[in-house]
Design a protein around this ligand. Structure first.
Ligand code: ADP
Length: 491
């Protein structure tokens, strides 16, 4: 199959979140299974042109503002094979993308002209294919920035080469939809009949993701449980009705993890590698973690780790909220050590530093560190993720791979990947709770700590069960292929 990924991010070129990892990893996994994959991205200012190779000639893209011109650059996706490389193409438009930031900068978090920037990008996708005379069987768009691509395909572009192309739209986080003033609609070059037919309308605004969800041939999100949750008012971000309406074409496919990077057998960031056969390296990692965070070196005390963006989505209010968060009583009343690495909302960073100054068994590093995130995954006994919602979540899968037991809320991808501890049989891979309340977090951490001291054999067995789970992209890629094939079959 020929598959074109249209996205605003892909590692290592541009990344603000998990979307970037997923686009590249999925592309590599699909190419490994013999498919022809191309990725198309905007050429942001931060992507050095010297590393890319320019395609001959320019690309004329028709928009509501007239015809605009751009250049196209190309590069191989690192990690792809010589035999079947994944090619990445970059749409280079100085006015739209020649600036700092992907979606915005700190003083302007959402660029005012984002609807025009990404409208242009989605139109350019079609002109690009025509330029290189390469027509995909599957046009796979990711999140709101690429959501117009399926809309354009359905309304006008399914001609001259694209007659047999199907479109897929993947939701990586329904919380971001691309909602803008409909004054920007003229730029799409679509008629107002399409504005209503495609369902752009959102309380007199223009909702790009909503139009994409209404028009793409198939939809999916990044875990089965999140696919179900997004069809309910609680997690649907006002689009639950659209998703229920499209439920026959809507699936959940779990993301994989990059086992080349997140693997205790080969991880260069930990003092000694380890595996199911010999877990000595995990003990060494715990020692190193305690040293790194200035905690007393004690192999017998349970260490709970957290690595997270400090935002409401991650449930940090219920852990660190001033006067009501559970962290204070957890650290005061339980014999454990709690370690956190994260950055984000200023109130939360401040509160964490405040707690760390008053609690001897609570240590925090505010900031971003790849190395420390690996050390925390390897050196902790438990990993806490009390997310409000979690489309897939990567950290709980990393934890399982490292023999660290996740303590998670029963939501999204966390619900799909962590099985609750069964005290009678010893089955399970972690500790799961339903309510997002400080009391539920306190009680579940308490239960895990109790099990650590009183059910040690079961805890050690759970670690091994976790390490045996298969979260490879290969498995996910097969499910994507099935979705592409069913979509093509009805074309
Ligand atoms: P999300 O994409 O919603 O932030 P995920 O669990 O899907 O959540 O992925 C988060 C990724 O970002 C993980 O790889 C995690 O280790 C990493 N991460 C988050 N915060 C930090 C940090 N402060 N330092 C290092 N890595 C971090």
């Amino acid at each position: 199959m020929k598959i074109l990924m249209a996205a605003s991010e892909a590692v290592p070129f541009a990344k603000t979140g998990g979307l970037a990892d997923a686009v590249s990893a999925l592309s590599l996994a699909l190419a490994k299974q013999g498919h022809e994959i191309k990725i198309i991205l905007p050429r942001y200012y931060s992507i050095n042109r010297d590393m890319l190779c320019q395609l001959e000639g320019e690309l004329g893209v028709r928009t509501g503002g007239g015809e605009e011109w751009c250049a196209v650059y190309a590069a191989d996706l690192p990690g792809s094979s010589k035999k079947n490389p994944v090619m990445v193409y970059f749409i280079d438009h100085e006015v739209f993308f020649g600036r700092d930031g992907i979606y915005g900068i700190p003083s302007e978090p959402d660029f005012l002209d984002n609807p025009r920037r990404f409208t242009f990008f989605c139109r350019a996708v079609f002109q690009f294919c025509r330029k290189i005379s390469w027509y995909p069987d599957v046009l796979h768009a990711h999140d709101w920035p690429a959501a117009l691509a399926p809309v354009f395909l359905k309304y006008g572009e399914r001609v001259s080469g694209f007659e047999k192309t199907v479109s897929i739209l993947t939701i990586h986080n329904l919380g971001y939809q691309g909602i803008y003033s409909k004054d920007n609609f003229y730029y799409t070059n679509l008629g107002w009949d399409v504005f209503y037919a495609a369902g752009f309308d959102d309380w007199n605004m223009m909702n790009l993701l909503k139009a994409g969800l209404n028009t793409a041939d198939k939809l999916n999100t990044v875990s089965p449980h999140y696919a179900w949750e997004t069809q309910t008012p609680l997690h649907g971000f006002r689009l639950d009705g659209v998703l229920r309406y499209r439920s026959a074409d809507y699936a959940g496919i779990l993301n994989g993890i990059d086992t080349g990077i997140w693997n205790p057998k080969t991880d260069p960031y930990i003092p000694q590698n380890y595996s199911i056969k010999d877990m000595t390296g995990k003990i060494k990692a715990k020692e190193a973690l305690q040293r790194e965070f200035n905690l007393p070196s004690d192999p017998d005390v349970p260490v709970i780790g957290m690595v997270t963006r400090l935002t409401e989505q991650k449930g940090v209010g219920e852990v660190f909220g001033p006067a009501y968060g559970s962290a204070w009583s957890i650290c005061r009343e339980m014999n454990l050590q709690l370690v956190i690495l994260g950055s984000g909302e200023p109130w939360c960073e401040h509160e964490i530093e405040n707690l760390a100054s008053r609690l001897s068994n609570f240590k925090a590093h505010i900031g971003y560190s790849e190395r420390e995130s690996h050390l925390i995954e390897a050196g902790s006994d438990f990993f806490l993720m009390p997310s409000r919602y979690e489309p897939c979540g990567l950290n709980q899968m990393y934890s399982l791979a490292y023999g660290t037991l996740p303590i998670v809320r029963n939501t999204g991808g966390l619900a799909d990947t962590v099985q609750n501890f069964d005290q009678d049989t010893g089955a399970g891979t972690g500790f799961v709770f339903d309510d997002l309340t400080p009391a539920a977090i306190y009680n579940t951490v308490g239960w895990a700590v109790w099990a650590y001291y009183n059910r040690r054999t079961q805890i050690e067995a759970m670690r091994i069960t976790g390490m045996k789970q298969n979260f490879s992209w290969e498995k996910s890629a097969k499910k994507y292929i099935e979705m592409y094939e069913t979509s093509l079959a009805v074309m």
